[in-house]
Design a protein around this ligand. Sequence first.
Ligand code: S3P
Length: 166
Amino acid sequence: MNNIVLIGFMGTGKSTIAKSLSEILSMTVLEMDEEIVRREGMSIPEIFESKGETYFRDLETDLLIEMQSQKAMIISCGGGVPLRERNVAEMKKNGKVVLLTAAPETILERVKNDDNRPLLKGNKNVAYITELMKQRQRKYEAAADIIVSVDKKSVQEICRELMEAL
Ligand code: S3P
């Protein structure tokens, strides 16, 4: 069984969908952000603050490469992972890449009370999210084998749609 790689902007629900899919399909989840936090012993804002974004991005690449030796995993990627070409090549080696999309308003609603995303610090508004999303859109779509929009859908509906497309 190939891996399922979930990508998408912050707040599109990758972690929630990964957890639900893992129960339905009896697959193991790797939550990239969580694994990096566990290994570094620091939160993501702390890693960005003390070591810088490039250091964090390199950890993402290393972890992704490591995961390609695994099978039957659901890999829930941090929102920035598909932005590096190398990362996209790695995720495609052994996985079906599923892009979750949502409207900026949906994203804002989900991230507004969360302080764990350094890129959105001081930028929690629809205009900023729309702009950052626009900058990333082409790379997200280029990486995806399957695209599922999550707006106004339940977790069950999203999982069903995704599994039908797999
Ligand atoms: C990031 C998304 C975050 C986390 C980091 C950077 C991004 O993950 O990896 O804050 O560049 O989009 P989530 O997509 O799980 O929020």
